[in-house]
Design a protein around this ligand. Structure first.
Ligand SMILES: NC(=O)N[C@@H](CC(=O)O)C(=O)O
Ligand SMILES: [Zn+2]
Ligand SMILES: [Zn+2]
Length: 345
């Protein structure tokens, strides 16, 4: 029997939502992961230190009894963010990072940033205080093709931002392109990038070929095959620039299956089995621990977890097609291949 034991993984980009959805999805992540960076794009967003404390407490209350899962909280950067409150929340250990959403780029981003000049002083204060910035890296201009939005963001927004605030630690969230992978690799030790599970598995054909498949629609949208291969190469390389951020983003089926459906793939339930399958396919099972359990904490300056998880290869992994919530069913990401690595401890 083939087995692999790795340090317990962390998820450096996760949506837990709130209310009934939070109750249903928190246990799915807490089952396998020790910590996760919790995205602040609630409605209304998590903007102040006090709101982050309240949200953290709601998350802790949603965990199964005995769980030691640790939510790492973030604040949602707005043009009105109070730099002093933000820095204090970080100093007090309430938040781990701050999230930049260009206004209109993705789910619940309406309160995001329109004019980068307006947040310049906050970014300077963050660099000074050592608060990392997580970035949804897509421009929103209607004249930019949606498949080019990440690459254009790097040139027009991200690179100028990093030059203007050199000490700022930046995480490019959910990269989807070879340009993103390359920029992250060459960015030195103040730059990291998360890669999702689903972007290692699907390209844009999964969404559009043979009929439209809303469950594969997420943002940034999956790109051409050459980009998926670049992401696989990056994730399985062991390079410390890259680490797992699942971007598991639950929406109910009714919210996804409609004329204007929500963006997001829900992968919390089967992520580890998918990753093991992907890394095995690429002959890189020995790099899974770096990607899922070591590179993220190293970038954030946190210790890796002492606990471990073991995956055992065997008969196809059984997982539900959807999970039930009091808001409605949420479809679990279908990797379109059998999975053989069961999380056994
Ligand atoms: N990734 C997504 O497609 N959706 C995320 C938002 C985000 O991470 O951009 C969500 O909150 O649903
Ligand atoms: Zn995003
Ligand atoms: Zn996300």
């Amino acid at each position: 029997m083939e087995k692999i034991t790795i340090r317990r993984p962390d998820d450096w980009h996760l949506h837990l939502r709130d209310g009934a959805m939070l109750q249903a999805v928190a246990p799915e992540t807490a089952r396998h992961f020790a910590r996760a960076i919790i995205m602040p794009n609630l409605v209304p967003p998590v903007v102040t230190g006090a709101e982050a404390i309240a949200y953290r407490d709601r998350i802790l209350a949603a965990l199964p009894d005995g769980s030691d899962f640790k939510p790492l909280m973030t604040l949602y950067l707005t043009e009105n963010t109070d730099a002093a409150d933000l820095v204090k929340a970080h100093r007090d250990g309430i938040i781990t990072a701050v999230k930049l959403y260009p206004a209109g780029a993705t789910t619940n981003s309406a309160s995001g940033v329109r004019d980068m000049d307006k947040v310049r002083p906050v970014l300077d204060a963050m660099a000074e205080a050592g608060v990392p910035l997580c970035v949804h890296g897509e421009v929103v201009d209607n004249d930019i093709d949606i498949f080019d939005r990440e690459a254009v963001f790097i040139d027009r927004i991200l690179d100028p931002l990093r030059r203007a605030t050199p000490g700022l630690r930046v995480i490019m969230e959910h990269i989807t392109t070879s340009q993103g992978a390359q920029y992250a690799r060459e960015g030195g030790d103040t730059l990291g990038a998360t890669i999702t599970t689903h972007h290692l598995v699907i390209n844009r054909n999964a969404i559009l070929a043979g009929g439209i498949k809303p469950h594969y629609y997420c943002l940034p949208v999956a790109k051409r095959e050459e980009h998926r291969l670049a992401l696989r190469q990056a994730a399985t390389s062991g390079d410390p620039s890259y680490f797992l951020g699942t971007d598991s983003a639950p929406h109910t089926d009714p919210a996804k299956l409609q004329p204007c459906g929500c963006a997001g793939c829900f992968t919390a339930t089967n992520t580890l089995s998918i990753l093991a399958e992907v890394f095995e396919q690429d002959g890189a099972l020995d790099k899974l621990e770096a990607f899922a359990s070591l590179n993220g904490p190293a970038f954030y300056g946190l210790p890796a977890n002492d606990a471990t998880v073991t995956l055992t290869k065997g008969t196809p992994v059984q997982y539900p097609a959807h999970i039930e919530t009091d808001d409605g069913p949420v479809t679990v990401f279908d990797p379109m291949m059998p999975l053989h690595w069961n999380v056994t401890t």
